[in-house]
Design a protein around this ligand. Structure first.
Ligand code: SAH
Length: 276
């Protein structure tokens, strides 16, 4: 099968399982040549709905190109439209940055940042050879975002975080969205889409996920007096979540505990989780 056909099959499969239903997202998956971003596997393997490791060290996966269905769900949560300015944290292969470039269009802008110099170099070369030289690929620690191109309409984090960093708060415009795989302690790991309004972020969608962790320390803030993780367990399994409210930890108040089932206070952001 040629790669155009493999992409059509992938899109049809995604849509059968209820993702990539938005035409713009389906189109992005149909045009971005995923196999070019993972030269380590055969062309048809690149189009299976699977994550593929692209860098590991000492038996630990440092980078992997995400499963297409997971990416599609995160792109739905991001809801990117033409002309928007996007920051991706965790470039990896560069594939997601190419999908984002398709969604933002030529009048939009995509910056993507990664800590691994070899991945940055490789992603930059792949993106350029696939016609996405307009994507800005940056070497650096994404915990600090990328201030020179801020503010952003959308921030998409492609690795697991424990906090929404100060830089992400500062660099996301009012009304903008951040999609981030969050480790919320006993509540589990979820890719959460948040919309930022009036100094808080409220979830617009939540999907269970598994990502490689962001490396390096997030910024530290003075320890807050409020809310260590309450020991709420639910048969050891993550429980469906209805909503997550994220506020700066300095603004978090004990009343948050009255309205939420779990409150997780991280140095920068406090998350109030409500079960479904
Ligand atoms: N979006 C990528 C997959 C990313 S995998 C793709 O489409 O292929 C997660 C990536 O996050 C890895 O490449 C890893 O090097 C990167 N990463 C880990 N810690 C980071 C940090 N602190 N800042 C920026 N990138 C980081």
């Amino acid at each position: 099968m040629d790669d155009t056909h493999l992409r059509e099959v992938l899109v049809a499969e995604l849509q059968r399982s209820g993702v990539a239903e938005e035409p713009a997202i389906a189109r992005a998956f149909a045009v971005v040549p995923r196999h070019r971003f993972v030269p380590e596997v055969l062309v048809d393997e690149a189009y299976a709905d699977r994550a593929i490791s692209i860098k590991s060290a000492g038996g630990e996966t440092l980078a992997s190109i995400s499963q297409p269905s997971m990416l599609a769900r995160m792109l739905e949560l991001a809801h990117v439209t033409h002309g928007e300015r996007i920051l991706e944290v965790g470039t990896g292969s560069g594939y997601n940055a190419a999908l984002l470039a398709e969604l933002a269009g030529t009048d939009g802008f995509v910056a993507t940042i990664d800590v691994e110099a070899d991945l940055v170099e490789r992603a930059h070369a792949t993106l350029a050879s696939c016609g996405y030289d307009r994507v800005r690929v940056v070497l650096g620690d994404g915990h600090a975002g990328f201030a020179p191109e801020a503010p952003y309409d959308r921030i998409i984090v492609s690795a697991r975080a424990t906090d929404i960093t100060q830089a992400w708060w500062d660099q996301l415009r009012e009304g903008g969205r951040i999609v981030v795989p969050l480790d919320i302690g006993v509540a589990g790991e979820y890719a959460v889409g948040f919309e930022r309004n009036n100094g808080e972020m409220r979830s617009v969608g939540i999907v269970s996920c598994l990502f490689v962790p962001l490396r390096g320390e997030p910024e530290r803030a003075p320890e807050n007096i409020f809310a260590r993780l309450p020991s709420v367990r639910y048969g050891g399994r993550p429980r469906p979540i209805r909503e997550i409210l994220a506020v700066p930890t300095t603004d978090a108040s004990p009343e948050m505990l009255e309205h939420a089932d779990i409150v997780v206070a991280q140095p920068i952001t406090t998350f109030a989780v409500t079960w479904a």
